[in-house]
Design a protein around this ligand. Structure first.
Ligand code: MLT
Length: 413
């Protein structure tokens, strides 16, 4: 008889966002007259149309595929050179950051990459640290891989080291006082909208190099950084090439949540130990993993992503970011006027808000859904330290955000 992966049975309830969708569906089925009023500020899904530069590039690519002479079948599993080079030049080298095109692995999403990266690390052999609150994918994929024990009553999994991120530490965790092998960091942060300073990231890189730790750095929201002093890439930090992998995405800056394209940077210098204690580079392992388990993002999509790096594409991306960040400012202002503690939303598209006294984060979710028909994400869904907070996503139309602000003031003011 086939045996299943027991580790999946340790996972708690459903994945956060489908669970929210399920609760919203249950509400609208019970109150169908309210269904059209629902404003979704829960999952960070983009709403604005795709930039013309991406659309035009994709149209041209489709036409190429329609001609015998320019038709293409399987592409390189690591991504087409035209896109890897565009990323290396525009996302890194033009900003003075050393990343070569062949260190960039194009994929169909950072969610997949942050989960799949565990394939190249020894299951059960690494001590792993995650922040709390955290993007749930990092935790759940470690559970699936058998890197944890069961969850306790608070939802914390045995075997993971949780690094609390609170208002007191500006949502950037203290460096652990014990060695760990893998650390997930996400800045600008999902869910708190916090950013990490150069000094804070340098401290993490120094810790990683001193302890032979690998930093798994999720920079999916780097394009939302407005403050020029805040690093957009871990590779802006001296020494990071020895100790970090970076994940980036076109989902939120280029509006590609449905189109799907992202990339992961594995520097040539990055190494880890074999079970025999030999030091080996990770780059060939990730390349091998992708060649075996992935056939590359589609040609059309990669052309679309490359279109975002043209002058026109960059101007359109900047306009999208301006749009979502103006939404974030409105949401921040509304919550501040209500008198709630407000964080994030300045260099990140998420606003992290403290619940009113005596209301927990799922209670807040229910109250806003029922009284204001506004969907937010309960902080507890991101970990125990998220309790007492809720997250509002700035990814929406201006009209919806203005209406959501009006209703938030009405329901909570
Ligand atoms: C979120 O809302 O946290 C994100 O949209 C999730 C994701 O990017 O997968």
């Amino acid at each position: 008889m086939a045996r299943l992966n027991d580790h999946y049975l340790k996972l708690r309830a459903g994945y956060l966002f489908p669970e929210i969708a399920r609760r919203v569906r249950a509400y609208t089925e019970a109150a169908p007259d309210q269904a059209a009023r629902v404003i979704r500020c829960g999952i960070g899904d983009v709403t604005e149309p795709l930039p013309a530069a991406a659309r035009e590039a994709m149209h041209a690519a489709v036409d190429e595929l329609g001609e015998r002479g320019s038709f293409r079948g399987y592409g390189p599993e690591q991504g087409y050179d035209f896109l890897r080079e565009a990323i290396a030049t525009h996302a890194y080298q033009s900003r003075g950051v050393e990343v070569a095109a062949d260190e960039i692995f194009v994929s169909d999403g950072s969610k997949c990459d942050t989960g799949n990266i565990l394939d190249i690390f020894a299951n059960g052999a690494n001590r792993t640290a995650i922040t709390d609150p955290v993007y749930p994918v990092y935790v759940d994929t470690n559970v699936m891989a058998g890197n944890t024990g069961p969850a306790d009553a608070s939802g914390a999994y045995e075997g993971l080291l949780y690094l609390p991120c609170t208002a007191a530490n500006d949502f950037v965790p203290a460096i652990p006082d014990e060695p760990v092998d893998l650390v997930y960091l996400c800045y600008p942060n999902n869910p708190t909208g916090a950013t990490a300073t150069r000094e804070q990231l340098q401290a993490w890189v120094d810790y990683a190099r001193a302890n032979d730790t690998i930093l798994l750095f999720d920079a999916a929201y780097e394009a939302f950084i407005r403050d020029p002093e805040i690093p957009r890439s871990i590779f802006e930090i001296p020494g990071a090439r020895d100790c970090a992998i970076e994940f980036r995405s076109f989902s939120k800056n280029g509006g590609f949540t449905g189109v799907r394209c992202a990339y992961t940077v594995v520097p040539g210098e990055l190494t880890a130990l074999t079970s025999a204690g030999e030091r080996k580079p990770l780059h060939p392992l990730w390349s091998r993993r992708q060649s075996t388990k992935f056939n590359g993002a589609s040609y059309v999509v990669q052309r679309g992503a490359a279109g975002l790096f043209t002058d026109q594409g960059q101007a359109e991306v900047a306009a999208l970011i301006d749009h979502y960040m103006a939404n974030a400012a409105l949401l921040r202002e509304a919550c501040q006027q209500i008198g709630l503690p407000v964080y994030g939303g300045v260099n990140a598209p998420y606003v992290w808000v403290g619940c009113p006294e005596g209301v927990d984060s799922w209670g807040m979710f229910d109250r806003l859904l029922q009284q204001a028909q506004v969907v937010v994400t309960p902080g507890a869904g991101f970990g125990a330290a998220g309790e007492g907070y809720f997250r509002i996503s700035a990814f929406n139309s201006r009209e919806n955000v203005e209406e959501a602000c009006r209703r938030l003031r009405q329901a909570l003011g």
